[in-house]
Write a protein that binds this ligand. Structure first.
Ligand code: AHR
Length: 512
């Protein structure tokens, strides 16, 4: 049995939980839109073609903000193709994912879907093949009340009232050589600056995200952020980060410590943004938008849904692309990545798990078939529901284990929130130990613990191994079960985390 001692104190809080931390992402990619959220003709489709089984799961997941329409897709996308009568919209080739795009689903459809799902929209503009003009026109189309050509066109196309989209991404991953219209940091920084200005001339109330690095391993990481913010610091509010993790053959230990890399990435971008702030004598802070993150098996899979195989198969409408099947280990890692985001909630204001349905997603949906929760659904849904109020500073004294990629890492990982109104503290815990359970003591400084109102665990199911998944054939075998034996006495909590597990514990608290 390993041991960990976690200490929090009523007086040591980091800030409010940013609700936008529980964001997701819908890209025109694979089957995320078509046969994912939208499938006219499906038995569960409503009158607009939205799958209600999927909408139900999206609400249960608790996503708060959804980024759209890409991703790599947006860097070659004409937003005009996706508005107006559906039968008059052009069919185009999407080079990013080697797919035939019918444009049957576009901005109006996404706005309507978002309202049904109860999520805020985070709209990305194309700064790959397009620029300032298309950006300002899209803002006018979406947000201007009326009386101009574009706002009247929106009304003619079915939405008299403006969409009032506040949050915008200035392009996608333009540091990446794979991106359509890839740019140098100087080229992108200037373009983002000018696009931002022109967009704000139309609507001054926008919140704008500049592209940061596509991962912390990009050769330009650090320098990119410095140069881009050097140009556009005054014009933007956030800088983006993207990161995907996977288990490499024989190195589960490093994979389980992926959040160590996420911590490093976040702290490095904060330091870079603050250095630009100091150098430019700026007053405001630039916060972070971690607008793509997840587990994604990019290496080592040889399946028909891998991008190279999809391209070899020729041009098709909504082929299966990167439909990763997530196991127990992946869910534990997702829980720790959420912990990292929450622990940095004073500077990470927005985060979007990529993606929402079918494509590296917590929700799967078969064409003309059922929808179900992947393993990674559970930590996200619980945290989105229970992480409320303030983020607590945590001091963790945990036994450690060795990893090849990230040195020694804590076996027990945690984030904690305190909802003062509800009088509850919620702890989100993971045990990275593959073999050993962990004995955990929590000191709730300044609080008296009352009743434990929730204690649940996601672990390897009885008789299965850590590669257990949920699937259409086998059903939802991996889910949350009660975590027994959680004890609260005075200002102390004691619990045992099974080997390789993710858990949530919620306890009533009063002032000590
Ligand atoms: O989410 C899948 C892809 O990953 C996105 O299109 C792109 O932005 C990133 O590289």
């Amino acid at each position: 049995m390993s041991r960990a001692r976690i200490s929090i104190d009523r007086n040591f809080t980091i800030g409010e939980v940013p609700r936008r931390l529980f964001g997701s992402f819908v890209e025109h990619m694979g089957r995320c839109v078509y046969t994912g959220i939208y499938e006219p003709g499906h038995p569960e489709a409503d009158e607009q073609g939205y799958r209600q089984d999927v909408l139900g799961l999206v609400r249960e997941l608790g996503a708060t903000v959804v980024r759209y329409p890409g991703g790599n897709f947006v860097s070659g996308y004409n937003w005009e193709d996706g508005v107006g009568p559906i039968d008059q919209r052009p069919t185009r080739l999407d080079g990013a994912w080697h797919t035939v795009e019918t444009n049957a689903f576009g901005l109006h459809e996404f706005v309507d879907w978002s309202r049904k799902a109860g999520v805020e929209i985070m709209e990305a503009i194309n700064l790959g093949t397009r620029g300032v003009d298309a950006a300002r026109e899209l803002v006018e189309y979406a947000n201007h009340p009326g009386g101009t050509y574009l706002s009247d066109l929106r009304a003619k196309n079915g939405h008299k009232d403006p969409f009032n989209i506040k949050l915008w991404c200035l392009g996608n991953e333009l540091d990446g050589p794979w991106q359509t219209g890839h740019k140098t940091a100087d080229e992108y920084g200037r373009l983002a600056q000018e696009a931002a200005r022109a967009m704000r001339y139309v609507d001054p109330d926008l919140e704008l995200v500049a592209c940061g690095s596509s991962s912390s391993s990009m050769p330009t990481f650090g320098a990119w952020e410095q140069t881009v913010l050097g140009h556009a610091y005054d014009e933007v509010d956030y800088v983006s980060l993207h990161a995907y993790y996977q288990e490499d053959e024989g190195d589960a230990e490093s994979f389980l410590a992926s959040a160590v890399d996420m911590d490093y990435f976040i702290e490095s971008v904060v330091a870079t943004a603050d250095a630009v702030r100091a150098r430019g004598k700026h007053k405001k802070f630039i916060n972070l938008s971690f607008d793509e993150w997840n587990v994604w098996y990019q290496r080592g899979l040889d399946t028909d849904d891998q991008p190279a195989a999809v391209a070899r198969a020729g041009w098709r409408e909504h082929p299966r692309v990167i439909e990763d099947k997530y196991n127990v280990t992946d869910a534990v890692v997702v829980g720790t990545l959420l912990n990292s985001l929450l622990r940095h909630g004073d500077r990470v204001s927005i985060a979007n798990q990529a993606q929402l349905v079918n494509v590296i997603a917590p929700i799967m949906a078969e064409e003309n078939g059922p929808a179900w929760r992947q393993t990674i659904f559970h930590p996200f849904a619980r945290m989105a529901a229970l992480a409320k109020g303030r983020i607590m500073r945590t001091a963790v004294d945990s036994d450690k284990y060795a990893t090849t990629r990230f040195g020694d890492a804590d076996l027990v990982d945690v984030s904690v929130t305190w909802d003062e109104e509800a009088g509850k503290v919620a702890l989100f815990l993971a045990n990275r130990g593959l073999e050993e359970a962990a004995d955990v003591e929590v000191s709730l400084g300044g609080f008296d613990a009352g009743q434990v109102t929730r204690s649940e665990v996601l672990q390897v199911p009885e008789g299965r191994d850590r590669f257990a998944i949920n699937s259409q054939a086998d059903g939802e075998q991996v889910g949350l079960a009660p975590l027994s034996g959680v004890k609260a006495v005075g200002s102390e909590l004691r619990l045992t985390l099974p080997a390789l597990s993710w858990a949530v514990v919620e306890v009533e608290v009063s002032k000590a």
